[in-house]
Unconditional design. Structure first.
Ligand code: SAM
Length: 234
Protein backbone atom coordinates (compact mmCIF):
# COMPACT_ATOMS: atom_id res chain seq x y z
CA UNK A 1 0.00 0.00 0.00
CA UNK A 2 2.13 2.85 -1.18
CA UNK A 3 1.56 6.28 -2.64
CA UNK A 4 4.31 8.41 -4.10
CA UNK A 5 3.81 11.98 -5.18
CA UNK A 6 4.74 13.13 -8.64
CA UNK A 7 4.52 16.60 -10.13
CA UNK A 8 1.16 16.09 -11.78
CA UNK A 9 -0.70 13.46 -9.81
CA UNK A 10 -0.49 10.54 -7.48
CA UNK A 11 1.53 7.53 -8.48
CA UNK A 12 0.52 4.40 -6.64
CA UNK A 13 2.84 1.47 -7.10
CA UNK A 14 0.46 -0.75 -5.19
CA UNK A 15 -3.28 -0.68 -4.68
CA UNK A 16 -4.34 1.41 -1.70
CA UNK A 17 -7.02 0.49 0.79
CA UNK A 18 -9.32 3.48 0.40
CA UNK A 19 -13.08 3.22 0.54
CA UNK A 20 -15.86 5.32 -0.90
CA UNK A 21 -19.40 5.79 0.35
CA UNK A 22 -22.69 4.90 -1.32
CA UNK A 23 -23.12 8.60 -2.12
CA UNK A 24 -19.86 8.54 -4.08
CA UNK A 25 -20.69 5.29 -5.86
CA UNK A 26 -24.08 6.75 -6.78
CA UNK A 27 -22.32 9.67 -8.46
CA UNK A 28 -19.50 7.66 -10.03
CA UNK A 29 -21.87 5.20 -11.69
CA UNK A 30 -24.92 7.48 -12.07
CA UNK A 31 -26.88 4.87 -10.13
CA UNK A 32 -30.61 5.25 -9.90
CA UNK A 33 -31.15 4.00 -6.37
CA UNK A 34 -34.61 2.62 -7.13
CA UNK A 35 -34.02 0.81 -10.39
CA UNK A 36 -31.49 -1.71 -9.03
CA UNK A 37 -33.35 -2.56 -5.84
CA UNK A 38 -34.35 -6.24 -5.92
CA UNK A 39 -31.66 -7.09 -8.50
CA UNK A 40 -28.40 -8.83 -7.69
CA UNK A 41 -25.44 -6.45 -7.61
CA UNK A 42 -21.74 -7.34 -7.32
CA UNK A 43 -19.16 -4.84 -6.12
CA UNK A 44 -15.74 -6.09 -7.20
CA UNK A 45 -12.61 -4.76 -5.44
CA UNK A 46 -14.95 -3.26 -2.86
CA UNK A 47 -12.30 -3.14 -0.14
CA UNK A 48 -13.25 -0.84 2.72
CA UNK A 49 -15.99 0.94 0.76
CA UNK A 50 -19.30 1.29 2.61
CA UNK A 51 -21.32 0.89 -0.61
CA UNK A 52 -22.22 -2.74 0.17
CA UNK A 53 -23.16 -1.99 3.79
CA UNK A 54 -25.20 1.10 2.97
CA UNK A 55 -26.90 -0.33 -0.10
CA UNK A 56 -27.95 -3.52 1.71
CA UNK A 57 -29.27 -1.41 4.57
CA UNK A 58 -31.34 0.45 1.96
CA UNK A 59 -32.87 -2.78 0.67
CA UNK A 60 -30.49 -3.65 -2.18
CA UNK A 61 -28.96 -7.08 -2.68
CA UNK A 62 -25.22 -6.41 -2.92
CA UNK A 63 -22.34 -8.88 -2.67
CA UNK A 64 -18.83 -7.48 -2.15
CA UNK A 65 -15.64 -9.15 -3.33
CA UNK A 66 -12.06 -8.27 -2.41
CA UNK A 67 -8.87 -10.13 -1.48
CA UNK A 68 -8.82 -8.34 1.90
CA UNK A 69 -11.88 -10.27 3.02
CA UNK A 70 -9.64 -13.15 3.91
CA UNK A 71 -8.47 -10.89 6.76
CA UNK A 72 -10.28 -10.32 10.04
CA UNK A 73 -11.74 -6.86 10.80
CA UNK A 74 -8.98 -6.44 13.41
CA UNK A 75 -6.34 -6.93 10.73
CA UNK A 76 -8.01 -4.61 8.20
CA UNK A 77 -8.71 -1.72 10.56
CA UNK A 78 -5.14 -0.40 11.16
CA UNK A 79 -4.46 -0.41 7.41
CA UNK A 80 -7.43 1.88 6.72
CA UNK A 81 -6.05 4.83 8.64
CA UNK A 82 -2.50 4.24 7.40
CA UNK A 83 -3.44 4.24 3.71
CA UNK A 84 -5.77 7.21 4.19
CA UNK A 85 -2.95 9.21 5.84
CA UNK A 86 -0.61 8.34 2.96
CA UNK A 87 -2.99 9.56 0.31
CA UNK A 88 -4.27 12.68 2.09
CA UNK A 89 -0.71 13.78 2.97
CA UNK A 90 0.25 13.58 -0.67
CA UNK A 91 -2.62 15.61 -2.07
CA UNK A 92 -1.22 19.16 -1.63
CA UNK A 93 0.54 20.27 -4.81
CA UNK A 94 -1.28 17.86 -7.08
CA UNK A 95 -3.03 19.43 -10.06
CA UNK A 96 -5.22 16.61 -11.29
CA UNK A 97 -8.27 17.10 -9.10
CA UNK A 98 -11.46 19.11 -9.36
CA UNK A 99 -12.33 20.12 -5.78
CA UNK A 100 -15.86 21.29 -6.51
CA UNK A 101 -17.50 18.38 -4.68
CA UNK A 102 -15.09 17.67 -1.81
CA UNK A 103 -13.89 21.27 -1.38
CA UNK A 104 -10.92 20.35 0.86
CA UNK A 105 -8.68 17.41 1.81
CA UNK A 106 -10.30 17.47 5.28
CA UNK A 107 -13.77 17.01 3.84
CA UNK A 108 -12.51 14.28 1.52
CA UNK A 109 -10.96 12.57 4.52
CA UNK A 110 -14.35 12.72 6.26
CA UNK A 111 -15.94 10.75 3.40
CA UNK A 112 -13.20 8.14 3.46
CA UNK A 113 -13.36 7.76 7.25
CA UNK A 114 -17.13 7.40 7.18
CA UNK A 115 -16.76 4.77 4.49
CA UNK A 116 -14.28 2.55 6.29
CA UNK A 117 -15.97 2.89 9.69
CA UNK A 118 -19.36 1.94 8.20
CA UNK A 119 -17.71 -0.91 6.29
CA UNK A 120 -15.96 -2.26 9.41
CA UNK A 121 -19.15 -2.22 11.47
CA UNK A 122 -20.97 -4.21 8.78
CA UNK A 123 -18.01 -6.50 8.10
CA UNK A 124 -17.95 -7.49 11.77
CA UNK A 125 -21.58 -8.62 11.76
CA UNK A 126 -22.61 -9.49 8.17
CA UNK A 127 -23.16 -13.04 6.96
CA UNK A 128 -20.04 -14.47 5.22
CA UNK A 129 -21.86 -14.54 1.85
CA UNK A 130 -21.96 -10.73 1.80
CA UNK A 131 -18.17 -10.21 1.85
CA UNK A 132 -16.47 -12.77 -0.37
CA UNK A 133 -12.71 -13.16 -0.51
CA UNK A 134 -11.41 -13.34 -4.07
CA UNK A 135 -9.26 -11.66 -6.71
CA UNK A 136 -9.65 -10.74 -10.32
CA UNK A 137 -9.13 -12.18 -12.86
CA UNK A 138 -11.07 -15.04 -11.22
CA UNK A 139 -14.45 -14.70 -9.55
CA UNK A 140 -15.93 -17.44 -7.34
CA UNK A 141 -19.49 -17.12 -8.66
CA UNK A 142 -21.63 -19.10 -11.08
CA UNK A 143 -22.21 -17.73 -14.58
CA UNK A 144 -24.87 -15.04 -14.89
CA UNK A 145 -25.26 -14.66 -11.13
CA UNK A 146 -25.50 -10.85 -11.12
CA UNK A 147 -27.60 -8.22 -12.87
CA UNK A 148 -25.03 -5.48 -12.35
CA UNK A 149 -21.32 -5.58 -11.52
CA UNK A 150 -19.37 -2.52 -10.43
CA UNK A 151 -15.63 -1.98 -10.26
CA UNK A 152 -14.55 1.28 -8.67
CA UNK A 153 -10.92 2.34 -8.58
CA UNK A 154 -9.16 -0.82 -9.62
CA UNK A 155 -9.36 -1.40 -13.38
CA UNK A 156 -8.12 1.26 -15.86
CA UNK A 157 -7.00 3.69 -13.14
CA UNK A 158 -4.19 1.28 -12.11
CA UNK A 159 -3.16 0.80 -15.73
CA UNK A 160 0.53 1.06 -14.84
CA UNK A 161 0.36 -1.73 -12.28
CA UNK A 162 -2.15 -4.05 -13.98
CA UNK A 163 -1.31 -5.04 -17.54
CA UNK A 164 -3.63 -5.41 -20.53
CA UNK A 165 -3.85 -9.17 -20.20
CA UNK A 166 -5.06 -8.81 -16.60
CA UNK A 167 -7.70 -6.31 -17.77
CA UNK A 168 -8.88 -8.51 -20.59
CA UNK A 169 -9.16 -11.63 -18.41
CA UNK A 170 -10.94 -9.56 -15.77
CA UNK A 171 -13.50 -8.31 -18.27
CA UNK A 172 -14.16 -11.81 -19.59
CA UNK A 173 -14.66 -13.02 -16.02
CA UNK A 174 -16.81 -10.06 -14.97
CA UNK A 175 -19.07 -10.60 -17.95
CA UNK A 176 -19.25 -14.35 -17.29
CA UNK A 177 -20.80 -13.74 -13.86
CA UNK A 178 -22.92 -10.76 -15.02
CA UNK A 179 -26.14 -11.30 -16.97
CA UNK A 180 -26.83 -7.55 -17.19
CA UNK A 181 -24.03 -5.01 -17.39
CA UNK A 182 -20.70 -4.19 -15.78
CA UNK A 183 -19.55 -0.66 -15.02
CA UNK A 184 -15.95 0.41 -14.49
CA UNK A 185 -14.97 3.73 -12.92
CA UNK A 186 -13.00 5.85 -13.62
CA UNK A 187 -11.75 5.58 -17.20
CA UNK A 188 -8.65 7.68 -16.51
CA UNK A 189 -5.38 6.89 -14.74
CA UNK A 190 -4.16 8.60 -11.56
CA UNK A 191 -2.40 11.09 -13.85
CA UNK A 192 -5.85 11.98 -15.21
CA UNK A 193 -4.97 10.51 -18.58
CA UNK A 194 -7.51 8.45 -20.49
CA UNK A 195 -6.60 4.76 -20.14
CA UNK A 196 -5.00 3.45 -23.29
CA UNK A 197 -6.76 0.10 -22.71
CA UNK A 198 -10.11 1.59 -23.76
CA UNK A 199 -9.13 1.63 -27.43
CA UNK A 200 -7.68 -1.88 -27.11
CA UNK A 201 -10.94 -3.30 -25.73
CA UNK A 202 -12.81 -2.02 -28.79
CA UNK A 203 -10.26 -3.50 -31.17
CA UNK A 204 -9.74 -6.84 -29.41
CA UNK A 205 -11.12 -9.79 -31.43
CA UNK A 206 -11.64 -11.76 -28.19
CA UNK A 207 -13.95 -9.08 -26.78
CA UNK A 208 -16.28 -8.61 -29.74
CA UNK A 209 -19.17 -10.25 -27.87
CA UNK A 210 -19.35 -7.14 -25.66
CA UNK A 211 -20.19 -3.51 -26.32
CA UNK A 212 -18.18 -0.81 -24.56
CA UNK A 213 -19.74 2.61 -24.02
CA UNK A 214 -18.48 5.56 -22.06
CA UNK A 215 -21.41 7.05 -20.20
CA UNK A 216 -21.07 10.70 -19.08
CA UNK A 217 -21.92 11.60 -15.48
CA UNK A 218 -22.08 14.89 -13.59
CA UNK A 219 -19.36 13.99 -11.09
CA UNK A 220 -15.66 14.69 -11.44
CA UNK A 221 -12.85 14.60 -8.87
CA UNK A 222 -9.88 13.14 -10.72
CA UNK A 223 -9.94 15.24 -13.90
CA UNK A 224 -11.67 13.36 -16.69
CA UNK A 225 -13.48 11.05 -14.28
CA UNK A 226 -16.92 12.34 -15.25
CA UNK A 227 -17.79 9.14 -17.11
CA UNK A 228 -17.89 5.42 -16.50
CA UNK A 229 -17.36 2.50 -18.86
CA UNK A 230 -20.47 0.39 -19.45
CA UNK A 231 -19.91 -3.15 -20.76
CA UNK A 232 -22.85 -5.16 -22.08
CA UNK A 233 -23.36 -8.46 -23.85
CA UNK A 234 -24.15 -7.83 -27.51
C1 SAM B 1 -8.56 1.81 -4.18
S1 SAM B 1 -9.43 0.44 -3.48
C2 SAM B 1 -11.06 0.70 -4.11
C3 SAM B 1 -12.12 0.24 -3.14
C4 SAM B 1 -13.54 0.51 -3.57
N1 SAM B 1 -13.86 -0.10 -4.85
C5 SAM B 1 -13.82 1.98 -3.64
O1 SAM B 1 -13.84 2.57 -4.72
O2 SAM B 1 -13.99 2.57 -2.57
C6 SAM B 1 -8.83 -0.90 -4.47
C7 SAM B 1 -9.23 -2.27 -3.94
O3 SAM B 1 -8.86 -3.25 -4.90
C8 SAM B 1 -8.55 -4.43 -4.19
N2 SAM B 1 -7.81 -5.33 -5.09
C9 SAM B 1 -6.49 -5.36 -5.35
N3 SAM B 1 -6.21 -6.31 -6.26
C10 SAM B 1 -7.40 -6.92 -6.57
C11 SAM B 1 -7.78 -7.98 -7.44
N4 SAM B 1 -6.87 -8.63 -8.19
N5 SAM B 1 -9.08 -8.32 -7.52
C12 SAM B 1 -10.01 -7.67 -6.80
N6 SAM B 1 -9.71 -6.66 -5.95
C13 SAM B 1 -8.42 -6.28 -5.83
C14 SAM B 1 -7.78 -3.94 -2.99
O4 SAM B 1 -7.74 -4.89 -1.96
C15 SAM B 1 -8.56 -2.68 -2.64
O5 SAM B 1 -9.53 -2.95 -1.65
Amino acid sequence: MLGLRMKKGLVLDNVVLLGRTLEEYRRYFALDLNSWRGRRVLDVASGVSSFCAEANAAGWDVTALDPIYELSPEMVEPRCEKDLDLVIDRLPGTTVYNWEFYQSPERLRGFRERAYRTFLADYRTATPERYVSGSLPRLPFVSGAFDLSLVSYLLLVYQKQLDYSFHKQSILELMRVTRGEARLYPVVTFEAERSEYLARFDADPELTQFSFDEVPTDFEFLLGSNRYLRIRHR
